[in-house]
Design a protein around this ligand. Sequence first.
Ligand SMILES: Cc1cc2nc3c(=O)[nH]c(=O)nc-3n(C[C@H](O)[C@H](O)[C@H](O)COP(=O)(O)OP(=O)(O)OC[C@H]3O[C@@H](n4cnc5c(N)ncnc54)[C@H](O)[C@@H]3O)c2cc1C
Length: 449
Amino acid sequence: MMAEEKKLVIIGGGIAGISAALAARVAYPAAQITILAAEDEPFYCRIALGSLVSGALPKEYLASYAPDFLPARRILYLSGIAATAIDKERHVVITKSQEFPYDSLILATGASPFVPPVPGLKEAAQLLWTMADAEKLAHNLKEQKAAEITIIGGGVLAIESALILAKMGHKVTILEVGAHLMPRQLNDKAAALLQNILENRGITVNCKAQIAAITSKNNAHIISLQNGQEITAALILAQAGVRPNIALAKEAGLAVKNGIIVNEAMETSEPAIFACGNCVEFNGTLELLWNPARRQGEVAGTNALAIKDNYAAKAAELHLKSREIALYSVGDRAEATSMLEESFADGYRALFFNADNELIAAILLGNISGYPQITAAIENKFKRPEGSSGGSVAAILSAIIPPTDDDGHTMEWDGRRWVCRQCGYSYEGPLPPAVCPVCHVGRDQFIPA
Ligand SMILES: Cc1cc2nc3c(=O)[nH]c(=O)nc-3n(C[C@H](O)[C@H](O)[C@H](O)COP(=O)(O)OP(=O)(O)OC[C@H]3O[C@@H](n4cnc5c(N)ncnc54)[C@H](O)[C@@H]3O)c2cc1C
């Protein structure tokens, strides 16, 4: 008699959910795999949504797979179906119209934009997280020329949007509540330089901006700051970070803090329920990025019916998706006790060390050459040498980064060919391109060929 096919249900159709499904298909060839995806879209590349807003890519180009890719792998991707509850006792996921029984369940519900609780902001703000958001934004900008646009937030996504919108000819203002741009990833020096670069592109940057209220009339908004300043805007884009979607897990009684708590096998507090991606908290950390979501999804899918793999967090890597501004930040500066820095024309580099003199974080702005080796050095716990060989950024980098030949190719680094994970575009050079010319994802999606 044939063994009964086990049922795996995945809630959430983003990169974490899809990676879980593909990994589970490999690990469990007979399993029934169903993805419930709240958005009315096939799986698409969220990180390229800015190109839909600018008009650089049509919607169809963001679809990551041909229509028969998932069916051919017996993965049922149900768009437009949101899970409304989980019945753990009966092992059933509940939606508006149907119940989905499971042997194993994976939560990959992702994150949603955070809209600061400012009077009038929720009603006035546009978002840029989903395909529907991007289409709405593109539609609203269609008839507008040189519109005054205010972006609430000064993180990496806000800056990428500002660059896109400024290039389209709009007058962009960034309002950041913190003391400087990208406070999590940059120190004040790097942030000041970045601010200068943005201002030279016509973008207004206003830090320490506490918004008191927003009043709106006929699509004209007045943003009142607590210092009395008023800013007018035809469009307000809220990009003030995201928060994990944990409501479903919380209501089902799973352990949650800022995210759904998981262990290294991506198990939640509940047997047979796993979680992965932007919705989870692992080791007290939220990794709100694409690559960790993909890797966590792979582990959750592999473990869904039998534990076989463990997730190990890597140093958080961030690239600005811009062809004009090279910016790379890696690691977490929280534990840094010392720093080496170096400024040069239009550029800045800083390396951060912990109490054991291990390299734990870096910021490269302007010249990002050698960033793959810096990441590897952080992961390999590179120790700052004593004496002059550990006394400057240049000295440390020359120890980490192999020498280059006349064409600038690093001689001992085998990553001269790079492949885009999203579309397979292959590129030859010492570093991958800042933005994939085919699918418009960033440098973080290129891997050595
Ligand atoms: C414009 C933009 C650019 C970005 N650029 C980068 C970048 O360059 N590099 C990078 O690392 N990250 C980038 N990010 C962030 C990156 O997209 C996210 O980290 C990643 O998408 C997280 O994947 P995920 O699958 O965990 O969650 P999500 O992508 O948020 O997907 C979760 C999905 O689950 C669905 N869902 C939620 N609840 C339910 C439910 N109850 N039932 C059914 N479905 C549900 C949601 O609708 C959503 O579609 C960018 C994001 C945006 C918006």
